[in-house]
Design a protein around this ligand. Sequence first.
Ligand SMILES: *Cc1c(COP(=O)(O)O)cnc(C)c1O
Length: 361
Amino acid sequence: MDAIYNFSAGPAVLPKEVLEQAQDEMLDWHGSGMSVMEMSHRGKEFMSIAAKTEHDLRELANIPRNYKILFLQGGASSQFSMVPLNLLRGKTKADYINTGQWSTKAIEEARRYCTVNVAASSEDAGFTYIPPQQQWNLDPNAAYVHYTSNETIGGVEFHWIPEIHTDIPLVADMSSDILSRPIDVTRFGLIYAGAQKNLGPAGLVLVIVREDLLGMPLPGTPTLFNYQIHAQNDSMYNTPPTYALYITGLVFEWLKRKGGLTEIEKINIAKATLLYEFLDSSDFYHCPVAKTDRSRMNVPFTLKNPELDSEFLKQAELNGLLQLKGHRSVGGMRASIYNAMPIEGVEKLVAFMKEFANQHA
Ligand SMILES: *Cc1c(COP(=O)(O)O)cnc(C)c1O
C-alpha cells in the first residue's frame, strides 16, 4: 500500500513511530501485565508515566519551576470559561484579540463572566490577517490579555509574542501550534492547548500556568474548574484522561529524539514554505491569508474554480491524501501540516496539486 497522508485539522495525524510503540505496549506496558488503559491513575506505573510526561514537557518547552503543568479534561473549549473564572482575580474586565473563529468563541464565553474589551479584531477582512500591535486598544485595567496564537480554521498565526504590561498576564490558546517552535514561556501567565491537534489524542487539554495566578477563582467556580485544585493534586484530583496522557508522553519522547523544538521548527518552516511557494506560483489555487501571518500548521486554500472542489477531493483521496476539505464554515481546502506530518506528505500533496492543475487548466 502506498503511503497515506492525513491532513485533518484535528483529531490529527500522530507520528507513526508513536503509534507503533503504543501498539507494541498495548497489551503489556513495560512488563506490568496491563495495558495503560487498565491502570489505576494512582498506581505506581501510571504515576511514573505522568511524572515522565511532565518532566519531558518541562524540558522540551523550557518551562520554569514557577509554572504548573496541568493535564485536564474538557478540551480547549473548557478553558474558554476556566480562564476568566480563575484569572479575573477580583477584576471585571479582560482584553481579547479577535483573529478568527476560536478567538470569537473564547470571547463569547468570557462575556458570561466579565466585560470583554475586544482590543483588536481582523473581522473586517474575514480574519485573514493579524492586527499589528500598534493598532491594539488595550485596557490598563484588564485582568489579562487573551489571544489565539494560531487560528486553526482561518490559518492565521502570530509569528511574534504580544508586548504587554508586565503586571498583566498574557494568555494564549495555543491548541494548534503548541510545540511547533520554541516558546518563551516566561512571557505568558497562562498557555492552554487541546491535545488533538499537535500533541496527542483527543480528551486531554494541557494548561501551563504561572503559580502566583492561582488561588483567587470567582466565587461559585466549580471545583473541577479551579486550577489550584488541579495544581495541588498534580492533575489527579479526579481521573485524568490516562491513555491520552500516555500517548502525549510518547509524542514528547518522539519530539526529543527529533532534536526538540528548534529542530521541529526547521522542518515545519520547510514544509510550510514548500506549500505556500507553490500556492503563490499557481494561478489555479489561491491562499487568502496575508503573507506575513500565514500559519505553518493549517494552510487554507481555494481552487479558482470551486466547481472542481469535489473532483479535487476525490482525486486527492485516490492518491492517499486525506481530509483536505476546508472547514464547513469557510469551504475550499485546508491542509493541516502539524509536527507529525512528514515533509514527504507535503511533497506528495504539492506534486498532486500541480498535476491536478495541469489536467484541469
Ligand atoms: C480545536 C481548537 C479549540 C477547541 O478544542 P476542543 O478540544 O474541541 O474544545 C480551541 N481553540 C483552538 C485554537 C482550536 O484549534
